[in-house]
Ligand binder design. Structure first.
Ligand SMILES: [Zn+2]
Length: 257
């Protein structure tokens, strides 16, 4: 049995080397597929552009955390009609584009989140050699609740307050369907960027003018075009701080407008 199959890596991924670094099992992995399909037009190509290295946490092995270092290739799309000229190869269901952990590790964290909650889940994860945080566990569980309807191409990002002017969160809106997709527990760049990274289908981001959301869009949805038009509900909302009522008014007014 090969080391790759012992680790349960999918066909097409091969272990090149492994080493123990600061008690973390670091495994170098490369794709053995001779060609890849463009994510936009689905044309297959073997015309390689370049390589880059990508890190992703994976399931623990024995008593060690596992860090995969994947050698990912970029290809030219040879379809002249396709707007995407260069693309990174996709590693199918094993690792989502821009994810920092494998799908199977994400599923394990979700299972921990569903069976526990908050800080207790983070403690249990630590015992299981899974590096995560309370915020990350909660975010993954919250995402499960909306998973069937959260595909979004035109994303609106803004802040709102749980309690007026005291505790702020982030609201994510599908601007085509006029639906609130998710509410994040804060308005930090990293939290919004992590959410966007799970949505590679995003093509346009319309956001509040805050610098944090600009940085979040740049990091979390680098493929998206910035839509500089102000969020449509802003003209309809009254004065005062951002409140959940305001985001609610967006949903109803935009939905009927
Ligand atoms: Zn293409």
């Amino acid at each position: 049995m090969s080391f790759s199959s012992l680790l349960g890596l999918p066909a097409g991924l091969q272990v090149l080397s492994f080493d123990l670094v600061n008690n973390v099992l670091v495994i170098q992995v490369a794709s053995t597929a001779s060609e890849s399909a463009c994510p936009v037009c689905q044309s297959h190509t073997s015309r390689m552009h370049s390589h880059y290295s990508r890190k992703a946490a994976d399931l623990a092995c024995g008593d060690h955390q596992v860090q995969l270092i994947l050698d990912v290739r970029k290809f030219f799309c040879t379809n002249r009609e396709c707007p995407r000229k260069i693309f990174a190869e996709r590693l199918t269901a094993f690792l989502e584009p821009w994810a920092r952990l494998t799908t199977r590790l994400g599923q394990q964290i979700e299972a921990i989140g569903l069976a526990s909650c908050g800080r207790l889940g983070a403690r249990l994860s630590s015992r299981l050699r899974i590096e995560t945080s309370r915020t990350n566990i909660l975010r993954r569980v919250m995402k499960l609740a909306t998973e069937t309807t959260d595909k979004v191409e035109h994303l609106g990002v803004d802040d709102f307050s749980f309690r007026r002017g005291r505790t702020f969160g982030t609201v994510l809106v599908d601007l085509q369907r006029h639906q609130i997709l998710d509410l994040l527990p804060d308005r930090q760049k990293d939290t919004a960027a992590a959410w966007m990274k799970m949505h590679p289908e995003i093509t346009h981001v319309s956001r509040d003018r805050g610098k944090d959301y600009a940085a979040a869009a740049k990091e979390g949805a680098p493929q998206a075009i910035e839509d500089r038009r102000p969020l449509s509900y802003r003209a309809k909302s009254g004065r005062g701080g951002p409140t959940l009522a305001r985001t609610y008014s967006y949903r109803t007014e935009a939905g009927t407008g």
